[in-house]
Design a protein. Sequence first.
Length: 131
Amino acid sequence: MSASHQIIERLSRLLHDEISAIAIGELEVVRKLYSEKSALLNELEEASGQIEAHLKKGGDQSAKLREDLTNLYALIRKDQLLLERMADATGRAAQEISKIRDRYGLGGLYESSGSLRKDDVARPQHIDQSI
């Protein structure tokens, strides 16, 4: 098996592991796999010249490599979709928490130092009650 096949195989196994970890909610596993996934993607990028050369040769090895690349692409897309959904859900949760804090908090009346913001606070209205 060529080096490019080995990289593709290792990356495919890692993506399967990451997808499984996401499915069962083990996000710590996803975090731990990140550096290995980045390294394998860099290796794949560096091997792209070799991969293209193998694909141009034709034959059984080329067909197998094309199949492996197609499967790897499908795994990458699935992983990307799951990660995007996680990021979207996290973003929506953060927005909801921000809305709740603004609704039930003091809504920016104070600076980070704890002092009262004078410019943003509405002035009390004076009503002429002489009528």
